[in-house]
Design a protein around this ligand. Structure first.
Ligand code: ATP
Ligand code: MG
Length: 374
């Protein structure tokens, strides 16, 4: 395991060191009587970008800590490839780690910070300069070797932390909310850069965030945690289209959950309106319709055959830059909202508050989840 990088040559970038699959089996972590992580099993494929997404306190950092060796599970196991690493200390796991607070050494220069893992691994000193330069190039900080950490912006510090995590060609990189201290613009830039970096490195990346857009932007798959348990593990698209629970439906995207009743094999009733779903309905009679704002289309004169129709009165129109969020109180029903492009034609299609609006929802976008039992 120590010889990461030995199989380079046909790899994507100079720092590509291969990747490793991760297998977590029945991992549980208790603190006294409290269970922070509850029987989690999860397989991450070699080279995959998997995000752990969930609200505060759902166990994301605990699970990452178990992967990194900073937290010992109360029971369960972790394998990297075929190797059982459950009780291996962090420095023997050969992983790159990036945390929210970059944890750089303030008294060392940029170059010395990035070289630190090479020193710790007793890599030959003659190779350090080239490796550090390669790592800094990957994060677009070429030539910054001699800068003091105090002379860097927040985004630059985070990139130094990234360079330090990748300089020794780890096959697995763990990141815990690495961008949360950055402003929105820089965060979005860094998300795109991380995607690119992931392709070049080919390492497996496990990434903690509580920002669903961030997870959607970067991930091959997303594992959603709730109260220490896995709620659903799926691709971003499937999480949108087939949320397995009301929790997932409300956590992913921007949706309104509306109680409905099953009236047929593919039909549900929302008040007096019957809607059809092209997706299998969950069992039970009392269900929830997850109406995602972006799936609603404002009805115009054009034919809308086959669509479900939701009619109500506009209650509020909120201008949000690129789009308008339009709130509509359904006739004898709840309030829903939809997004409409803020361009001229989009605005014209929306009546003023008080006016009647019909929104169309395609049966393929008619997503129904079980009513919450808890
Ligand atoms: N050392 C500890 N002792 C006791 N309880 C702990 C300890 N570490 C974590 N917990 C608890 O375990 C639960 C999960 O914590 P964890 O840090 O994994 O959450 P998280 O999903 O990372 O949250 P956040 O988004 O706020 O970082 C929380 O309720 C937390 O209070
Ligand atoms: Mg955390």
């Amino acid at each position: 395991m120590a010889a990461a990088g030995s199989n380079s040559g046909v790899k994507h970038g100079p720092l590509a060191g291969g990747s490793v699959g991760v297998s977590i089996r029945n991992a549980t972590r208790r603190y006294g009587a409290f269970t922070a992580l509850d029987d989690v099993s999860l397989d991450v494929a070699p080279g995959e970008f998997l995000s752990l997404l969930g609200p505060s306190g759902s166990g994301k950092t605990t699970l990452l800590g178990i992967l990194g060796g900073f937290t010992v599970p109360s029971s369960g196991s972790v394998h990297f490839g075929a190797t059982d690493v459950t009780f291996l200390p962090p420095h023997k796991r050969d992983i790159g780690v990036v945390f929210q607070n970059y944890a750089l050494f303030p008294h060392l220069s940029v170059g010395e910070n990035v070289a630190f893992p090479l020193r710790a691994r007793r890599e030959p000193k003659a190779s350090w300069g080239k490796r550090v330069a390669e790592a800094l190039a990957m994060v677009e900080l070429t030539g910054y070797e001699d800068r003091a950490i105090s002379q860097l912006s927040g985004g630059q510090r985070q990139r130094v932390a990234l360079a330090r995590a990748i300089v020794f060609r780890p096959r697995l990189i763990l990141m815990d909310e690495p961008l949360s201290a950055l402003d929105k613009h820089l965060r979005e830039t860094m998300q795109i850069e991380l995607r690119r970096l992931h392709r070049q490195l080919e390492a497996t990346i496990i990434y903690v965030t509580h920002d669903q857009r961030e997870a959607l932007t970067m991930s091959d798959r997303i594992a959603i945690l709730r109260g220490g348990r896995l709620a659903q593990v799926d691709t971003p698209e499937r999480l949108h289209d087939r949320p397995s629970s009301a929790f997932v439906a409300s956590f992913i995207g921007e949706s309104t959950l509306v109680p409905v009743t099953r009236t047929g094999p593919d039909a549900i009733a929302l008040g007096s309106t019957t809607l059809r779903s092209a997706r299998p309905l969950p069992a039970g009679e009392a269900l929830l319709l997850a109406i995602q704002t972006e799936k609603l289309i404002v009805a115009s004169e054009t034919s809308a055959d086959g669509y479900n129709r939701l009619t109500g009165r506009v209650t509020d129109i909120v201008y949000q830059g690129e789009s308008l969020r339009v709130f509509v109180a359904l006739d004898h029903g709840p309030e829903i909202s939809l997004r409409q492009p803020a361009h001229h034609a989009g605005r014209l299609a929306i009546p003023a508050p008080g006016g009647v609006l019909t929104a169309l929802l395609h049966p393929q976008d008619t997503i129904v989840v079980p009513a919450e039992s808890a």
